[in-house]
Design a protein around this ligand. Sequence first.
Ligand SMILES: NC(=O)c1ccc[n+]([C@@H]2O[C@H](COP(=O)([O-])OP(=O)(O)OC[C@H]3O[C@@H](n4cnc5c(N)ncnc54)[C@H](OP(=O)(O)O)[C@@H]3O)[C@@H](O)[C@H]2O)c1
Length: 312
Amino acid sequence: MTNLITTPFNADSTAAEVIAGIELTGRRAIVTGGASGIGIETARALAGAGAEVTLAVRNREAGERTAEDIIGTTGNKRVFVAPLELADRASIAAFIAGWEGPLDILVNNAGLMASPLMRTPEGWEMQFATNHLGHFALATGLHGALAAADGARIVSVSSSAHLRSPVVFEDIHFRNREYEPWLAYGQSKTANVLFAVEASRRWADDSIAVNALHPGSIRTNLQRHVTEEELNRLRSQSGTTTSPGWKTPEQGAATSVLVATSPLLNGIGGRYFEDCNEAGPNQPGTRQGVAAYALDPAAAEELWRVSVETLA
Ligand SMILES: NC(=O)c1ccc[n+]([C@@H]2O[C@H](COP(=O)([O-])OP(=O)(O)OC[C@H]3O[C@@H](n4cnc5c(N)ncnc54)[C@H](OP(=O)(O)O)[C@@H]3O)[C@@H](O)[C@H]2O)c1
């Protein structure tokens, strides 16, 4: 890989630091899962810079509460809430139908991690359905709105957990292999990177740039399906010399905000960032960097084809 994008920011940087001096008045953004964890701080930073922000959430009450909080702390009244259940195609279709006008920034942030085996009514494995298929349907459904903006960006929130699994095209939904929550999560997070690769290629002529990222490790509701013991075990394994420390939600939102807004990324798409900089290739035995299979253009194209076919 050549010419990795570097920035003055790092693992300690906050969303507010990354967005300082960036003006988003007149720009419109959607943050999925914007009423919890790093989604809240991503939305707050965008609203603080003047953007109109829609929190796309499945818990309306939490959404209203968060919108009120963000309006209170930023003084920006253009913070809205709209219902979105990513595991339900009808809900996604209704969200898309309700969207009018251009869309400058789509932050595909919502996510489900290491849940026990759950399936959608269609029989799709829930982490893949939520983390990838739902966001795929949302982004492709909003393509016209993104193309109508002047240089839109899509932020695909992935994870270093993508290092746990490629997309296993032979059995994405764990029909013929034993279900393993972390493999399913890893697979879905690889899909988030592959989406950035293929969407950037397909939509370059529409000036839509799509990049993926790992936000770092942040204590949020995401760990709801994981015990404290398992979390400690996971954080101390995999051959790393030191486990990266926990970030605050404000630090965890920084890379999303950088990918959504930084002029340093103008014209850049299909790449993977962590700690506010583009990541190099993963070195075996570490949890940093990006897996070659996650940036593979052939796998990205195949995932797009499979996703269209699945959702048809
Ligand atoms: N926290 C970390 O250490 C970490 C590390 C790597 C990557 N990430 C990624 O960062 C993103 C944000 O995570 P977070 O830590 O902020 O977690 P979080 O606090 O659990 O927030 C995730 C959000 O996604 C929403 N969501 C889950 N399933 C949904 C569905 N089917 N439809 C609509 N919304 C749904 C949740 O809604 P409810 O509140 O209604 O459940 C919640 O608002 C995720 O994509 C995650 O994979 C996080």
